[in-house]
Write a protein that binds this ligand. Structure first.
Ligand code: SAM
Length: 289
């Protein structure tokens, strides 16, 4: 049951497309994973899945991504390759922000709110293991989980820092920053899930997002790239944060998202992913200063 407060906000933003969102919320989402090329290759992952009679599809836009239409997560967790960190259970939509950030070897990259670290290891893998990544997380238990994941995924060279990102020294500068912000999670709702939503919770998230995006802009080198993402569909958390960044002098670039990915209308240059059986609802914006 979608809380009335959330339903009203989504209807106000998306009009008749609200029924598509509801359809996505009601779907049983397929298990998806990413081959961790810090440890193995996508071909090896494909061979292991085939050897274990797990049927898969591969989206054309990312050779490391796999969709398992009929498996469940337990089938994957039983694989040796899972325990070895050769693959990581990750939603397809959440693979997009690192792809948009496009980290390169030698670049100084900040993953500002990073736990449990799925995007951190993806960033490192995308740079061929050669970006200089700092991953920041405030919450103790989540930080410990991230450290475990980084180690298992062969990403121990990431500089993991347990701190509030707002406390990072303002003199630091990064070539690229990923701000995968804490949010209400209104893109990730699925059939039967417990939904935590209220106007107060939304306001709290929006306040945190504004502070974090302001900090990200301060920490970004001139000409650097900032990717802002959430797993929310709410404009307050998405375009609202972009507005704050623009107010602080950032410029909006185009986040190139493969055209086959289903989208909801959003501010030009940004992408809001429609929740479906395969995709989680997500928002991605690319900025510079
Ligand atoms: N990027 C992660 C991934 O892909 O695995 C998911 C990040 S999750 C959306 C947001 C994270 O930000 C949470 O782990 C939360 O504890 C953390 N967080 C919230 N506020 C923070 C802050 N001010 N500084 C650092 N981390 C923060």
């Amino acid at each position: 049951m979608i809380p009335e407060e959330l339903k009203n906000r989504l209807e106000a933003s998306y009009g008749t497309l609200f029924s598509d969102i509801l359809h996505g919320y009601g779907a049983k989402r397929a298990v998806t994973l990413r081959a961790n090329t810090l440890k193995t290759t996508a071909e090896q992952v494909a061979a292991v899945l085939t050897g274990n009679e797990i049927v898969f599809e591969r989206p054309a836009w990312y050779s490391d991504a796999f969709i398992l239409p009929s498996a469940d997560e337990e089938d994957v967790r039983h694989l040796l390759l899972y325990a070895d960190g050769g693959l990581y259970l990750q939603s397809l939509s959440s693979m997009l922000p690192p792809l948009v950030l496009d980290p390169q070897a030698g670049e100084n990259v900040l993953d500002m709110t990073a736990a449990p670290g799925g995007k951190t290891t993806e960033l490192l893998a995308l740079s061929g293991g050669k970006a200089l990544i700092t991953a920041c997380e405030r919450d103790g238990a989540r930080f410990a989980r991230m450290q475990f994941n980084l180690s298992r995924q062969g990403a121990s060279r990431v500089n993991a820092v347990r701190t509030d990102a707002l406390m990072l020294d303002d003199f630091l500068r990064f070539d690229k920053i990923l701000l995968d912000a804490p949010c209400t999670g209104t893109g990730t709702i699925t059939e039967g899930a417990r939904i935590r939503f209220s106007a107060d919770y939304l306001a709290k998230c929006v306040r945190a997002q504004k502070k974090l995006i302001g900090k990200a802009i301060r920490l970004l080198k001139k000409g650097g790239t900032l990717v802002y993402s959430t797993c929310s569909l709410l404009k307050e958390e998405n375009e609202g944060a972009v507005d704050e960044a623009l107010r602080l002098g950032a410029k909006l670039l185009t986040a190139d998202i493969p055209s086959e990915i289903p989208r909801l209308p959003s501010r030009e240059g940004t992408a809001t992913i429609l929740p479906t059986q395969v995709y989680e609802g997500f928002f991605v914006a690319k900025l510079t200063k």
